[in-house]
Design a protein around this ligand. Sequence first.
Ligand SMILES: [Fe+2]
Length: 297
Amino acid sequence: MHDFPVEALRSVELGVPDIGASVEFYTKTWGLQVVQQDADKVFLAGSGDDFHILELKQSTRAELRKVTFRARSREDLLKLHSLCEEAGATVLRAPQALTAPSGGFGFVIREPQGCVLEFVHGDLRRQPSHTPLVPVRLAHVNINSAEIEALSDFYRNSLGFRLTDRSRMMAFLCCNQDHHSVVLAEAPVNGLNHIAFQMPDLESVMRGSGRVVDAGYPIGWGVGRHGPGDNVFAYFVDPHGVVIEYTAEVLQVDESYRVGGPQDWVWPPGRTDQWGIAPPKSEACKKAQQAVGFSAP
Ligand SMILES: [Fe+2]
């Protein structure tokens, strides 16, 4: 198996202008639960063993404040820190014991294209609740990049990710057996494209989608089955314009996986998923996938 210093995507932090509305949506509709609440921050967990998978922080606008990865060991974490510095990332917090409720040891950088990344080791874990029909953990983040090859180089050379597929518009990167934990999308401006939450199975994607639709949030794209990664998907736009995805059944890969190129991922005209049943993506979803930026330096 490829030697990955990062073992998992753990959590994301979003800034939101109305934290109460976001907490209401992510608990009652999306299926997460509040595990800790500070003055201006709320930590939400899925049904898996991560202490939290989403942090919400009161902010003036919707923004991606941070993506957190778990390093395999403290030694790997320190090595990652050196490699990030060498690659020109800005160190926002040097390696140290973390004061967040999830604890552990870690550091924070801003990568050269502006996204804040945190790396942790030894963070607290929860007893999985195995609640049906709700997200278990994060599946992937999809980051817009105006210079996708440079960002792909950073993820591969400095963070130890491996490329699994390159479609015409996207680069798929893995750090464990999941076909992708990070996806980079070609875009005019750097920012957040969407956040995907891992559901227990296909049935949960379907029933979960029904719950979200019932709450007044239409499906923006899906339900369908993606090409690269083979995962089923349903996309929504949250109350603050952040695009979120329910997904399941992502392809499990090892180093025998043949890296695909743009020529491998061509659909017949009008088709946007493997099944051929997903209606075209809504204009609102397309627009939202380009509208959420990173927190300002
Ligand atoms: Fe996705």
